[in-house]
Write a protein that binds this ligand. Sequence first.
Ligand code: CA
Length: 677
Amino acid sequence: MRKQVLVFGAILVMAPPVATAEDWHLHGGTQTDWRFSPLDQINERTVSRLGLAWSMELGTSRGLEATPIVEDGVVYTTGAWNMVFAFDARTGQMKWSYDPKVPRERAYFFCCDVVNRGVAVHNGKVYVGTLDGRLIALDQRTGTRIWSVQTTDPAKAYSITAAPLVANNRVIIGNAGSEYGVRGYITAYDAETGKQVWRFYTVPGDPNKGSESKAMEIAAKTWHGKEWWKAGGGGSPWEGMSYDPDLDLLYFGSGNASTWYRALRGQGDGLYTACILAVKASTGELAWYFQTTPGDSFDYDATQPLVQANLMIGGRLRKVVLQANKNGFFYVLDRQTGEFLSAAPFVSGITWASGVDPRTGRPIELPGVADANPKLLSPEPNGAHNWNPMAFHPATGLVYFPARVGTQMVHVPDKKWKYDPNRDNVGIDGNYEGPLFAKMISMPPPTGELLAWDPVAQKAVWRAKYPVLDGGGVLATGGNLVFQGRADGIFAAFRATDGEEVWQFDAATGIMAPPVTYTVDGAQYVTVMAGWGGSAGLMNTPAVGAAKPGWGRILTFALDAKAALKAPPFGHTGPPLPAITAKQDPQIVHTGALLFNSHCFTCHGLNAVAGPLPDLRYSTKETLDSFAGIVLAGARVSDGMPSFGKILSVKDVEAIRAYVIARAQETAKPAQASQRR
Ligand code: CA
């Protein structure tokens, strides 16, 4: 263990102790979540020799978001539905796999695909959180289960997608579900036994039952709605934990409130939603909080990864925590006290706020943006930056992350919204057909870029634009390189200092996950999971570039390696051949379109143009004949298609079926082929 002080221009950086640079032990690479490795065998001069060492097909077309953990030449990672894998890093040979058998009918309560962002490895155990709310410890050598605890109430719409974090011999895990209406929290479990040590709620419960703590008492005063707690409150801490052992502080962000709209749930800041929090890792007590989007009405979760650094700011060395927030602003906070140091917009075209108050850090919300009327706002709910991890390079002093520029969303609060435990509780009115959609389509399409950001000066140093909106997580290395994959399947390396692209590889399917690097027997490797999906992938929003759905795989690269990628074909090559040619009633098709784009599009694509999941325009006669059985009775639950029996009526499903048939007929016509999207 060593500490080094590196001085680069005006930035003085305390490098964290690097236990063994050979491995990738921790989710964030270093204890400070830099996603930086000092390894430099692969560098700006040698990277042209980088080639595929091996790849393994994972048998899924769903999104892959995991950060692999690598110890002693073994890669531990996760796939769709929480499959856990151990691979030999040299050959790709599978050493073991573990299937937690997540019940497929839970799929309805996963907002954003059946994804997982990886395992934690500690003291001979591999920890994974599951989509149905379990935390499981596996034997690191064999993959057999040692213990499993249910961290959530299975009757409620909780899920887990984050990687667990080990802090002070405790395994910390949060949960997701604010879109459905749950009360968010994180829990610490004894790493050896799985016994619960503490739990910290991010929002208060029913005030009639009294407050669990002073922190909850303070928070309850910031919720002004009538019986808002019945919808759970939200605040799901679903990603982005970081631990400072010197301060014994655990940092994490919380998600949106339930419902999304302040105009529906009631006024007030709604603490501690859309907030960066620090709790004492030993006790779970709140140390400080900083709410990035008070009274959030736009799904601006503050769950983006947090990076710790020690930076010279205003002539003083500050221990800071950094975040590129969904809301479009980059935050620098003192991580000892939570003091707001600075914030600046990192994308152009933000239309919900005019800026951030430089004294308090509170965003200056534009008048009327949070009222109950329909409005077009940027950034959209996937944010100017989402969960895809950023990297910090100590030599450049820059952070690198995928930025999403000029995204738009039509927000239409449903004035009739009432909490319903059987469906999502976002609170959007799916029947809106006003002019804002046409306005949105007429605007320039959003763009994506890898952004190198100076957190001290709060300004961009370079931007590498790509032809798609979505870029994956980032890795920075001692070879003056930054690695990143993106939605069109290109995995690229950039020079860290100036953003020049120096290498690329076509992984044949979109990449969301962050790469990692390590050495085995003296050779440096780079590993990344490729698999397109998640909220951005499943919705298949038009005008985001040629995103590439496909079969998911894990890829590993080394210098002078020459393996060839054999990617099995995926998807449809020609237009659909409609299984039913009879003309559908336009009135019913119209009703079906509204229903489809309310209930089905998050998995089967906007306007029934799907990516990773079945494109329903290509439905067979057999599927169309058993449509009601599939949608209402759950006939294909085992494939991950949940039952909508509690949400849709027989008549609704008939209308959706008519719409799907009409879309197949429309897109089958050669004259309209160019308008297929
Ligand atoms: Ca959210």
